[in-house]
Design a protein around this ligand. Structure first.
Ligand SMILES: Nc1ncnc2c1ncn2[C@@H]1O[C@H](COP(=O)(O)OP(=O)(O)OP(=O)(O)O)[C@@H](O)[C@H]1O
Length: 324
């Protein structure tokens, strides 16, 4: 399809969800373009799972309208389901079946054409690096291998949009990196739109765009760089021979108000790395050490929600089975 003519992967307007007295989602608008990797962040209980459930047709909105790849979730739920793949936190693989059998079982559910199926199964197992284990029982797989097989299964019917709810939660750092490598390949080779929730900042950094949800409302949306630019300038931390004289010089010569911290001075400046040489040569005080700290997505998250991204999440445990 020519560029610009594809409907957005996700187009949601005024979506709410109420459970009795609980307003889980309070009127959200979301647009995700085809081919984007979109990160959905929020503290526990913010409404992420409820939103994904509505986007996937697993829950009906109390109000509002959702279109997935141009199909209305209420009016055309079957078309929506064909357009999406799901990888949720709880594994739904059958441990007593092999990797290939799990994929074929899924193919039956979607009534995929049998003629092309073997090639598709092999291609998806290859995409997630499980070709060698195609005939092994899934109960012998590590956590990382299972997650990769679930991703392969979610992609089997060539969905336009893949939903991943915490795809790397509980995996060790090496395995998380593997999963991201496969997701990048999927983006490149299958041109799949990816919509994911994550608690990991470095994963959120890898997204094209991010929305932060808190208390059922979208409180920020944009590229990681856009979101960070809203939080403010870089922080420069200086250790000098004479902090009192340095603070005075910062104020009088550079118009910067310094605050003291653990034996040093801290100032805020746009483009801190560029400001450092002028500061060092213009202070008139010997500078021992300089650190420039750029705003992080955690700063963004804190700015909008008053919490750190992981404050309310139990630390994810490492995958005991590993991935080697
Ligand atoms: N079936 C339900 N019945 C009643 N309340 C619900 C139901 N599902 C969710 N809620 C409430 O809606 C709010 C949003 O929950 P949701 O699970 O969507 O949040 P979340 O952002 O996915 O959180 P987490 O990161 O913990 O999974 C919470 O207050 C939750 O208790």
């Amino acid at each position: 399809m020519p560029a610009g003519s594809a409907p957005p992967a996700v187009h949601a307007r005024g979506v709410t969800k109420t459970y009795g007295d609980v307003q889980a989602v309070r009127g959200i608008d979301l647009t995700v373009a085809q081919g984007e990797t979109f990160g959905f962040l929020g503290p526990n209980g913010a409404g992420k799972t409820t939103t994904i459930a509505m986007l996937c047709t697993l829950a009906a909105p109390s109000a509002g309208r959702i279109e997935i790849a141009g199909h209305d979730t209420r009016g055309a739920p079957h078309e929506v389901r064909r357009a999406i793949g799901l990888v949720f936190q709880e594994s739904t693989l059958d441990g007593e079946l092999t990797a290939a059998e799990n994929l074929r079982f899924h193919a039956d559910l979607y009534a995929l054409p049998t003629a092309t199926l073997p090639a598709r199964v092999d291609a998806m197992l290859g995409l997630v690096g499980l070709t060698e284990r195609r005939d092994s029982l899934v109960r012998t797989f590590s956590g990382g291998m299972r997650r990769r097989l679930e991703i392969a299964r979610g992609l089997l019917h060539q969905p336009r949009l893949l939903f991943l709810d915490e795809p790397t939660l509980g995996l060790d750092p090496q395995t998380r990196a593997h999963v991201w490598t496969y997701l990048s390949e999927i983006r490149a080779r299958e041109e799949t739109t990816i919509f994911l929730t994550t608690h990991y900042l470095e994963e959120a950094e890898s997204c094209d765009r991010i929305a932060i949800i808190d208390g059922g409302r979208i409180v920020a949306e944009g590229t990681p760089a856009e979101l960070k630019s809203v939080v403010g300038a870089d922080r420069i931390e200086l250790r000098t021979e004479d902090d009192t004289a340095a603070a005075r010089a910062l104020r009088e010569r550079f118009g910067l108000e310094a605050t003291a911290f653990q034996g040093g001075l801290r100032v805020r400046a746009e483009d801190g790395a560029r400001a450092v040489p002028a500061l060092c040569s213009g202070l008139g005080v010997l500078v021992h050490e300089v650190t420039v700290i750029r705003p992080t997505l955690d700063d963004v998250f804190f700015h909008h929600t008053g919490r750190g991204l992981r404050d309310d999440a139990s630390p994810p445990g490492a995958d005991p089975a590993g991935e080697h």
